[in-house]
Write a protein that binds this ligand. Structure first.
Ligand SMILES: C[S@@+](CC[C@H](N)C(=O)[O-])C[C@H]1O[C@@H](n2cnc3c(N)ncnc32)[C@H](O)[C@@H]1O
Length: 241
C-alpha cells in the first residue's frame, strides 16, 4: 500500500522514488559483510568516519542489525547539525546489537543503551569494542523490558532524556501496549523521539494510530523500497491532547 505518498502528484511520486533508490543504496553501502567464514559472525559498518564492527548472533531478533537501524544511523550522521548529539542525554530502546547507540555515542551523546536481559551480553560486547577510547561519554548498557519495573529502574523524576531512539521495535510481538507505555514513561515534554518504523502488517498501522493519541508525530522521511518510515515525535502538550 502506497500510503506514504497519498498527497503527492504522479510526477512528485516518481521523483521521490528515484531519491528513495539513491539514498537507500547509499545507506546500504555503509555495511560490509565479510566473505570469510569465521566462528563468530560479524559485519562492519561505516558511520561518522569510524569502522564499526558488530558481532551478531543468529538465535534471536535483536542480535542482528536490521535495515531500520541503518536508516537511523544514516539520519543521525547526515543531520548531525540539526539534531546535535553532543552532550545530549539519549536512550535507545530495543537496541539489539547496539549499532545506533554506538553511532550516537561517536557523535558525542551520553547514551543509555537498553534491551531485554538476554541481549545485554552481546550488546555490551559491541558497545565496549566500538566506543572505548573513541567517545566522549561511554554508553551505559541497561536492562529495559518494555513496561516492566519502569518506576524502579527509570523513575520519572530522574528521566531527563533529550532523545529517545528506536529502530524496528514495532512488529508482531505481544508487548505493543507496554512499548507505548515505555515511550510515554521515558518522555518528558521536551524529549524528541526519533523512531524508525518498518511496516509489515496491518497491526503495525494500528500501533501508529495508538501512538498518535499520545504523541505529535511527524514523518521526516520515508523509503518505500524498504517499507520504512522515519518519524520524529514529541509528547502531546496538555493543551493539544
Ligand atoms: C527487530 S529487533 C531491532 C533491533 C535493533 N533496534 C535494530 O534495528 O537492529 C527488535 C528489538 O526489540 C527488542 N525487544 C523485543 N521485545 C522487547 C521487550 N518486550 N522489551 C524490550 N525490548 C524488546 C528485541 O530484543 C530486539 O532487540
Amino acid at each position: 500500500k502506497d500510503y506514504l505518498f497519498t498527497y503527492l502528484t504522479e510526477r512528485e511520486r516518481g521523483m521521490k522514488r528515484d531519491d528513495d533508490k539513491k539514498v537507500v543504496a547509499e545507506i546500504m553501502a555503509r555495511c560490509f559483510v565479510p566473505s570469510l567464514v569465521t566462528t563468530t559472525p560479524w559485519e562492519e559498518f561505516h558511520f561518522v568516519g569510524h569502522e564499526i564492527r558488530i558481532t551478531e548472533a543468529m538465535d534471536c531478533y535483536g542480535a542482528v542489525v536490521w535495515p531500520s537501524a541503518l536508516v537511523l544511523c544514516y539520519f543521525l550522521e547526515t543531520n548531525a547539525k540539526h539534531y546535535n548529539m553532543v552532550d545530549k542525554n539519549v536512550i535507545e530502546i530495543g537496541a539489539g546489537t547496539g549499532l545506533v547507540s554506538i553511532v550516537a555515542s561517536l557523535l558525542g551523546a551520553h547514551v543509555t543503551d537498553t534491551d531485554l536481559p538476554e541481549l545485554l551480553g552481546n550488546l555490551q560486547y559491541n558497545i565496549s569494542r566500538n566506543t572505548k577510547m573513541k567517545c566522549k561519554h561511554l554508553p551505559q548498557v541497561k536492562e529495559l523490558s518494555w513496561g516492566v519495573a519502569l518506576d524502579e529502574n527509570f523513575p520519572r523524576s530522574s528521566n531527563n532524556f533529550d532523545y529517545i531512539l528506536a529502530a524496528d521495535v514495532v512488529y508482531a510481538h505481544p508487548f505493543l501496549e507496554e512499548l507505548l507505555i515505555t515511550f510515554d514513561h521515558l518522555c518528558k515534554e521536551s524529549t524528541i523521539i526519533l523512531w524508525v518504523m518498518k511496516f509489515r502488517l496491518e497491526k503495525e498501522n494500528k500501533f501508529v494510530d495508538r501512538f498518535k493519541e499520545l504523541f505529535d508525530l511527524e514523518e521526516i522521511s520515508s523509503f518505500p523500497s524498504l517499507n520504512i518510515t522515519l518519524y520524529k515525535a514529541m509528547k502531546k502538550s496538555r493543551r493539544s491532547a
